[in-house]
Design a protein around this ligand. Structure first.
Ligand SMILES: NC(=O)c1ccc[n+]([C@@H]2O[C@H](COP(=O)([O-])OP(=O)(O)OC[C@H]3O[C@@H](n4cnc5c(N)ncnc54)[C@H](O)[C@@H]3O)[C@@H](O)[C@H]2O)c1
Length: 352
């Protein structure tokens, strides 16, 4: 039984990690989250009553607060997911990305190192700091067959991916310089339940149901490798518990799709499950000006984690996207609560 400190546990992937750990293991979770616009405790309603779940509202840039959390809970591992995560927001306002993703990761590394230095030998050797990152640190691919591997050189394109690349470098340096037992994972685009509706898949589902335009950047021919969030949560738990210290693992779903294909698939499923005056929903597709610096293609080679840790995704894109649409149809209350004024302001400012 471990105690795992999860940062960003109220976010999309973090909440899936917390639910996975509470529902499938005997481990205890301390969810440390600042609750920005992207953090939502309602995503944890299924596990919040567990005696193995604790929540601390804190900014990862708050060093004194972090020291208190480490001293109070004495975690065996940290899974670091707290981040600003939306590329479009990083283009309009990069400062928060520099602050949370770089300064925050640095502050968390220092607090973890201070705590780790004070542990006795056995606990010190067993401690893990797992940094969750993105395949966007590798830039983009222009060929059709090449894949990102763990040794692909870093070439980030956006303020978001540059800030994540910086944090990866800090984590590697803390391992090399101070011996902090770190692990890094870089993963492809996630989708699934509890996804904040500023991102493509939930945005398209919810706009379609309201009969609003389905905005597609440019021609929609950008390719992403889609990973169902629960497959990702399972992979992350394998890495933090069984991965080799100092190693990096790429995680992907083997599901390369053009954005336009993704949107059309969602429309077809909605035509079947939720026919309305707005269907066929593909009629709502609207092309908008492309994102500056938009990456062309991402695709992950996940052979290392499959070979070394025996992890494989369970969901195909077809099964995962159907589950996702069904979840949004069945969870209108979560959706309505998430559509706060702040979210509306973002949509209005970004797509008008
Ligand atoms: N979503 C994806 O497709 C994807 C893909 C690859 C990697 N990642 C990485 O996985 C991680 C989680 O992504 P996500 O999609 O769940 O993000 P998210 O935006 O849904 O959630 C981020 C969480 O971090 C919290 N947070 C933000 N700033 C904080 C701060 N300063 N202190 C404490 N908490 C703070 C937010 O409140 C929120 O709960 C991120 O590090 C992201 O870079 C995401």
């Amino acid at each position: 039984m471990r105690k795992i400190l999860v940062t960003g546990g109220a976010g999309f992937i973090g909440s899936a990690v917390v639910r996975h750990i509470i529902e499938n293991t005997q481990d205890e979770v301390i969810n440390l989250d600042k609750l920005t616009y992207a953090g939502n405790l309602e995503s944890l309603a299924d596990v919040a009553e567990s005696s193995r779940y604790h929540f601390v509202k804190l900014d990862i840039c708050d060093r004194a607060g972090l020291d208190e959390v480490f001293a109070q809970y004495k975690p065996d591992a940290v899974m670091h997911l707290a981040a600003e995560s939306h590329v479009d927001r990083s283009i309009t306002g990069p400062a928060e990305f520099i602050n949370t993703n770089i300064v925050g990761t640095y502050t968390l590394l220092e607090a973890a190192r201070h705590y780790w230095n004070g542990l006795e030998d056995g606990a010190k050797a067993a401690f893990r700091f797992h940094h969750i990152s993105t395949d966007e640190v590798y830039g983009d691919l222009h060929g059709t067959d090449d894949l990102f591997t763990e040794t692909t050189p870093y070439a980030p394109s956006s303020p978001y991916s540059a800030s994540k690349a910086s944090s990866d470098h800090l984590v590697r340096a803390w391992q090399r310089t101070y011996g902090l037992p770190t692990l890094i994972t870089n993963c492809s685009n996630n989708y699934g339940p509890y996804h904040f509706p500023e991102k493509l898949i939930p945005l398209v589902i919810l706009n379609a149901l309201e009969g609003k335009p389905l905005p597609i950047y440019g021609q929609g021919d950008q390719i992403r490798d889609w990973l169902y969030v629960e497959d990702h949560a399972r992979a992350l738990y394998e890495v933090v518990t069984r991965g080799e210290v100092g190693e990096t693992y790429n995680i992907g779903g083997h599901n390369e799709k053009q954005n336009i294909e993704v949107v059309k698939t969602i429309c077809t499923i909605l035509d079947e499950l939720a026919p309305s005056a707005h269907s066929p929903y593909a009629g709502l597709i609207t092309h908008v000006a492309d994102r500056p610096g938009h990456d062309v293609r991402y695709a992950i080679d996940a052979a290392k984690i499959e070979r070394e840790l025996g992890w494989k995704p369970v969901e195909t894109f077809e099964s995962g996207i159907r589950k996702t649409v069904q979840w949004y149809l069945a969870n209108q209350e979560w959706v309505n609560n998430v559509k706060s004024g702040e979210y509306q302001n973002w949509l209005n400012a970004h797509y008008q």
